[in-house]
Design a protein. Structure first.
Length: 319
């Protein structure tokens, strides 16, 4: 066969076959959107027609890129509504393929990922994040266990970048409070198993720097801490050694950068091994903090005008 004849035969049999559309699916469905994806057996364009009936009535902007893997987002959809859709792909020769009609339903507003969030794929970290504190910058202060000195990191969830912010002491087993100005107060920590430290630190998210706060009078391992309705933070309980406890609470005042002891208070009925529970009651006058154990209860009140007092409630201990 000579070349002119071959060309004539090619011209006589042009491409008239539409792309074969496969694997059409709707994913990432929320209360107001979805993503439609599919594949074709030859490079072709991408478009989705959609609406409340099989007449559709709406369509995505035509993507003229000739590809075999297609994806089109749908946005601005109605909440908790069933949509019909089909995909359309056209090859370089102008042949157009249509998928069969399919449906998906947007979620109720209270269940959409844009409202309640959604799980991202699991990722590996360079350490175990035992302590994690969310900062006002959107980043997280994270640190591992058992380290002396400690090697905390700032984790940026957007970039997944970890920046080490070392600390010279063992801040594993410490208590943490977010101050009103966005700084983080770290109270006590780890010298050894069930052995606390007196040190306290302030972390400033703006400068990404540690500042040594004054030491507490008593070492604390796994102390509870509670920020009061004023700027003050109360450090409660915690182990000094495996057999001794910090039974006198201490109050940190960030305005004066000082600690003071509540010497009229004893929390020997609160020997919880790790982080005794504490709650701030919504009482503007007495500013009370309720501390609760599984079988016993005590009430500690922080009075107005800077006066501190802790009062025992009637025992509710079971025999």
């Amino acid at each position: 066969m000579d070349k002119p004849t071959h060309r004539r035969r090619l011209a006589a049999h042009p491409d008239t076959t539409a792309p074969v559309i496969l694997g059409v699916n709707a994913s990432s469905v929320t209360s107001t959107g979805a993503t439609i994806a599919w594949t074709t057996d030859e490079p072709s364009t991408s478009r989705v027609e959609y609406g409340l009936t099989t007449s559709y009535g709406s369509a995505t902007t035509l993507d003229t890129s000739l590809v075999t893997a297609h994806s089109q987002p749908l946005t601005g959809l109605a909440v908790a509504t069933t949509y019909h859709y089909r995909v359309v792909s056209r090859d370089a020769a102008g042949n157009t393929g249509f998928s069969p009609d399919a449906t998906f339903a947007t979620t109720p507003a209270s269940q959409g990922a844009d409202v309640v969030g959604q799980w991202a794929p699991a990722v590996d970290w360079p350490f175990v994040g035992v302590h994690l504190i969310q900062l006002y910058t959107g980043e997280f202060l994270v640190f591992d266990a058992w380290e002396i000195p400690s090697h905390p990191y700032i984790w940026n969830p957007t970039t997944n970048v970890f920046t080490e912010i070392p600390n010279p002491f063992g801040i594993f087993c410490s208590g943490h409070s977010m101050l009103a100005d966005g700084r983080v107060l770290i109270v006590g920590g780890h010298a050894a198993g069930e052995v606390g430290i007196k040190q306290a630190f302030l972390f400033d998210p703006a400068t990404r720097a540690w500042t040594r706060a004054p030491d507490m009078s008593i070492a604390r391992w796994y102390p509870s801490r509670r920020r009061c309705r004023t700027v003050a933070v109360v450090a409660l309980s915690g182990m000094i050694t495996p057999t001794t406890w910090a039974d006198v609470p201490e109050v940190y005042n960030p305005t004066t950068n000082t600690w003071s002891q509540l010497t009229g208070v004893n929390t020997s009925d609160m020997h919880e091994h790790e982080y005794p529970l504490s709650f701030l009651e919504p009482n503007g006058r007495s500013r009370r903090s309720l501390l609760q154990r599984p079988h016993a209860r005590a009430r500690r009140e922080r009075g107005g005008r800077g006066h501190h007092c802790l009062r025992p409630l009637r025992s509710t201990a079971r025999p």
